[in-house]
Ligand binder design. Structure first.
Ligand SMILES: [Zn+2]
Length: 253
């Protein structure tokens, strides 16, 4: 199953090189002429790693841009990232933007989400990476509970093996190790999903960016964690509010 109509021009935003892995097959099966991949952070080495994966997946001719926003410090730069993404968008003219999920796993991921929502006045999807701040065991490849229904592409056995193999291209990171670890965990831990099982997106429908995208007692727990508090104080309230307003405009009746 395709996650987006083939006629659409899709621009996907990734905070860091290797964050593209959750969508690599879904993007790789598209016409590269209608597909854009944009990273907010990069270094020469990390650019080369992502580009080698893109080439291996038939995305060598896709529209590609690498920003140089600082790894780990994106929350203070949400406005600047939105301006840069807007500029990038003018060269590609997407119909749909695909953002890292707002899920409270990594401050840069939530920052990239809000910046992308602010930059594009078009329908937006989000894809899960991991959450949540301060959990002893992270939840990977699974959406935080607050949001719309997801659209999935269950990977074939061959694709799962290939995804596992592709992770080895990111030599500067430990994603291959983490991928294997979380895959092993999914075999023994209830409610834990393998990073290789599926690729998924859902429409961005967050009505507010002032609270974690979780339910009841988890909202209270996550709200007290240092990373959430740091994120909230770094991202100006008016930017959070305009991002939430943009979601309202694209809500299906
Ligand atoms: Zn990342």
């Amino acid at each position: 199953m395709s996650l987006w109509p083939e006629s659409e021009r899709v621009l996907a935003v990734f905070p860091h090189p290797d964050d593209e892995m959750p969508l690599i097959f879904s993007l790789g099966q598209r016409d590269p002429a209608r597909t854009a991949l944009v990273w907010l952070h990069s270094t020469r080495r990390r650019r080369a790693e992502s580009l080698s994966v893109l080439t291996a997946q038939g995305l060598g001719d896709a529209f590609v841009r690498f920003g140089e926003f600082p790894d780990g410090r994106m929350a203070r730069g949400v406005g600047e990232m939105a301006d840069w993404l807007r500029e990038v968008g003018e060269s590609f003219r997407p119909d749909r933007v695909v953002l890292p999920a707002f899920e409270q796993g990594h401050m840069d991921h939530d920052s990239g989400h809000v910046a992308g929502r602010l930059a594009f006045d078009i329908p937006a999807d989000e894809y899960p990476l991991y959450h949540a701040y301060g959990d002893r065991l992270l939840t990977v490849n699974t959406f935080a509970p607050i949001g719309g229904p997801e659209r999935r592409r269950i990977l074939t056995a061959r694709e799962r093996r290939r995804k596992r193999w592709l992770l080895r291209a990111y030599r500067s990171q430990r994603v291959a190790l983490h991928g294997d670890l979380f895959h092993a965990l999914s075999l023994v831990r209830v409610r834990s999903q393998s990073p290789f099982r599926q690729e998924s997106v859902r429409a961005v429908t967050h009505a507010s960016y002032d609270l974690p995208a979780h339910r009841s007692v988890r909202v209270a727990q996550i709200s007290l964690r240092p990373a959430w508090r740091a994120w909230l104080s770094a991202v100006p309230e008016e930017l959070r509010a305009s991002a939430a307003m943009a979601n309202l405009r694209f809500q299906r009746p």
